[in-house]
Design a protein around this ligand. Structure first.
Ligand SMILES: Cc1cc2nc3c(=O)[nH]c(=O)nc-3n(C[C@H](O)[C@H](O)[C@H](O)COP(=O)(O)O)c2cc1C
Ligand code: SF4
Length: 409
């Protein structure tokens, strides 16, 4: 990306494009799935579920029609790696979706792109037309006798439509309301047929895995987090931008070696990692190697790799309030802990800020967060407490809570 002209098929081919597809066409569907399993690739949209396991489930399901759906809703604050991929290297995504189609015997794919991304939509629509004209898409992919078609769907503009089942509802032409699981979309997804749903970056990683082999990809990363993640630096940072690195680097390296510190020149106070439902990470945790498990262990999440920086003027009680307000605005409304809980959450945090029965309200806030975590139908409601509780835990003074007194010797 950045070297090739995004819509030049010649450039794409010259820089290794279609090699993964050509290898996949020579492999059995099982062998393609095995390659993705062996690579250790996990979903980059947030939940980090192993892509190969999802593909295997769809591959083993029997149905006359199966689908590949690419989630390009990219609603997380401070994230733009999907957009950059769609605008800067659209054939890479098309190739990844073609390989997914061969692996699970799906002949049709949809790409659900947020409507706020007009350039990405235009770029992908053109790329699909060019790929079709060149014989990569259509009834006879590269003369193999296998069919694969792609269609772009403009998203409806709601954060919750990025949740995979709400996205399916939206593609089918209904309101974006979350579906209960089971059934898993892998077995009954789009139009009730077996469906692979993956994020743009997950699918765009697949051509390289097939072209270079699973062990090449697996060699990057640490622990169970293999490969690379395009971290996206944003907010109050001097050099915002996308930094693609193997898992295992630290937040401090990202903030200072790549980001150059805060844009305001003031000390960095906190960093929200993983979008609006991600935790606020304090400086004491900036030296932790970034991988999915390490972040889960500290009550945080890497999510889609968004890094939003705040300097010392940030008021963490206001940011916690904003998390609840965001959930109240974006909730699909299907379940009570999220729909009602988020509105009550704003009110409770307001009372804490105003010092109105603060100690009782703090207990209530913990209780409310507990209910949202355990009682919500999807991650919108169950993860909203993450930014709230991390702000409360690491920055109690901003909530008017006195720091604990030092112990007498
Ligand atoms: C409220 C909410 C919003 C989401 N938004 C997105 C999104 O914009 N893009 C995305 O890829 N995944 C999003 N997800 C995650 C998807 O539900 C799903 O896990 C993902 O698309 C699966 O692809 P992956 O396994 O490749 O990550 C969201 C989840 C929730 C709960
Ligand atoms: S948690 Fe929120 S967004 Fe998810 S199903 Fe319940 S109401 Fe809808």
């Amino acid at each position: 990306m950045g070297i090739t002209a995004p819509l030049s098929l010649l450039d794409y081919e010259t820089y290794g494009g279609w090699q993964g597809l050509r290898r996949a066409l020579a492999l059995s569907p099982d062998a393609i799935v095995q390659e993705v399993l062996d690579s250790g690739l996990r979903g980059r949209g947030g939940a980090a579920f192993p892509a190969g396991i999802k593909w295997r489930t769809v591959a083993q399901a029997s149905a006359a029609q199966k689908y590949i759906v690419c989630n390009a809703d990219e609603g997380d604050s401070g994230t733009y790696s999907d957009r950059m991929t769609l605008e800067g290297d659209p054939f890479m995504l098309i190739e990844g979706m073609l390989i997914a189609g061969l692996a699970v015997a799906a002949t049709k794919g949809y790409i659900y792109i947020r409507s706020e991304y007009p350039h990405a939509i235009a770029s992908l629509v053109k790329a699909i037309a060019l790929a079709r004209h060149a014989g990569f898409l259509g009834p006879n992919v590269c003369g193999s006798g296998k069919a694969f078609e792609l269609e772009v769907r403009k998203a409806a503009g709601a954060y919750v439509c990025g949740e995979e089942t709400a996205m399916l509802e939206s593609i089918e032409g209904r309101r974006g309301i979350v579906r209960a699981k089971p059934p898993l979309p892998a077995l009954q997804g789009l139009f009730s047929q077996p469906t692979v749903i993956n994020n743009v970056i997950t699918l765009a990683s697949v051509p390289l895995i097939l072209a270079q082999g699973s062990s090449f990809y697996r060699d990057y990363g640490m622990g169970r987090s293999r490969g690379t993640l395009p971290f996206q630096l944003g907010g109050n940072i001097r050099h915002g931008g996308l930094v693609e690195k193997a898992f295992g680097l630290t937040l401090r390296e990202l903030l200072y070696d790549f980001g150059g510190g805060s844009r305001s020149g003031r000390p960095i106070k906190t960093v929200q990692v993983g979008g609006p439902l991600g935790a606020y990470v304090p400086e004491s945790q900036w030296d932790l190697p970034m991988d999915y498990e390490a972040y889960t262990a500290i009550g945080a999440a890497l999510g889609h790799g968004g890094i939003v920086v705040h300097d010392d003027s940030a008021d963490m009680a206001q940011l916690a309030r904003y998390a609840m307000e965001f959930c109240a605005l974006e909730s699909c409304g299907k379940c009570t802990p999220c729909r009602i809980g988020s509105t009550r959450g704003v009110e409770v945090i307001d009372r804490i800020i105003r010092d109105q029965h603060r100690s009782q309200q703090l207990v209530l806030l913990q209780d409310l967060c507990d209910t949202m975590v355990h009682g919500s139908l999807c991650a919108m409601g169950s993860m909203t407490p993450m930014p709230v509780l991390s702000a409360l835990k690491h920055y109690p003074a901003d909530f008017g809570i006195a720091p604990p007194r030092p112990q007498a010797a």
